[in-house]
Design a protein around this ligand. Sequence first.
Ligand SMILES: CC(C)(COP(=O)(O)OP(=O)(O)OC[C@H]1O[C@@H](n2cnc3c(N)ncnc32)[C@H](O)[C@@H]1OP(=O)(O)O)[C@@H](O)C(=O)NCCC(=O)NCCS
Length: 351
Amino acid sequence: MRRPGRPGTLAGMTLTITRLTADDSTSIEQWFHVTEQVRKHEVPHFPPMTPRSVRLMLAHEFPGRRNLWHVALRDGEPVGRVDINLPTEDNLKNLFFSLEVDPRFRRQGIGRQLLDFVRSVAADNARTVLMSHSTLSLPGLPARDEAGSAFGAAMGFSSTLPEVQRRLELASVDEAVLADLLVSAQAKAEGYRLVQWRDDTPDDLIEGMAYLDSRLVTDAPMGDLQVEPELADTARMRRIEQVERDRGRMTWRTGAVHEQTGQLAAFTAITAYDELPWHAWQQITIVDPDHRGHRLGTLVKLENLRLFRAEAPRVEVIDTFNAAENSYMIAINEQLGFRPMCAAQNWQREL
Ligand SMILES: CC(C)(COP(=O)(O)OP(=O)(O)OC[C@H]1O[C@@H](n2cnc3c(N)ncnc32)[C@H](O)[C@@H]1OP(=O)(O)O)[C@@H](O)C(=O)NCCC(=O)NCCS
């Protein structure tokens, strides 16, 4: 580990890597501390997590996903974290990870050691494709620390699927623009009726939801990422809803039903956490390929936004991510008033 002459490089550095559990409040606090240091340095506009939200996430795992979250200590001090996510029902060769080092302790080989740890978990679980992500700057916007890109490239990862993160400031929404968009979308969406619901999906729509949700990987741009479609499974959808409730996540959805067939042709979702009253995420929007060209994407987004604003009036901003190449979805978001904040890069490496 020693590189003579490099200031800050430690000889014989040993990290203690501890896996988090929901009842280990010390490790959760340490993990949270590192996460906050990195968030403030990297993406200070992002919503913070809280020890409570971390505990809930550890206690309630999504079906088909094994989460192995770790904090790394050096001489008892938290210096990094590495969170590993193993899909268990599909994508069995993949391992997703987030790896962060407190900005005060960078360029000392900690990232490299944590990546060795990720590799050992991959070997133990017969995973051969590693995937991660990092932040990038966008021209004309506040510069972001791009250490993650340099690290990813130095560690032999290839960069794939650039994404852009956008934000909608609800106080500055132009109501006249939304009204015009709605009228022109409705004109093209004849033969469809809208359905709206909060949290659990009504029984008559759950099959359609599971089908559309499983299509996301096939339909959304994924660059070169080696991700397989997830299984369409209504029981799994129900388990996901249960976990969302257990984690304190609220979801507002709007869908479009094709009146002739009764099929769910499109849906979108906005989510928020009870303990972060100022913030929400615009999640996926998907339109079935058989029903494209009817402005259903615009329609469900607009109407979901209307429902959400009426029911969650304290929320100030909505954030979202889009693949940079997803020009259709980006055009809709820009029309609604979403503006770029930063970019992100996905990384992949085969072992
Ligand atoms: C990326 C990150 C984890 C690196 O942690 P670190 O402890 O500084 O990494 P290391 O010291 O082990 O660096 C390993 C190599 O990566 C490259 N590297 C890391 N940061 C770099 C930077 N800012 N500029 C140029 N090269 C860099 C270098 O080749 C370095 O080797 P060297 O120091 O011998 O030249 C850290 O910057 C971070 O937490 N960033 C935010 C989260 C993130 O983007 N994670 C990346 C996921 S792929």
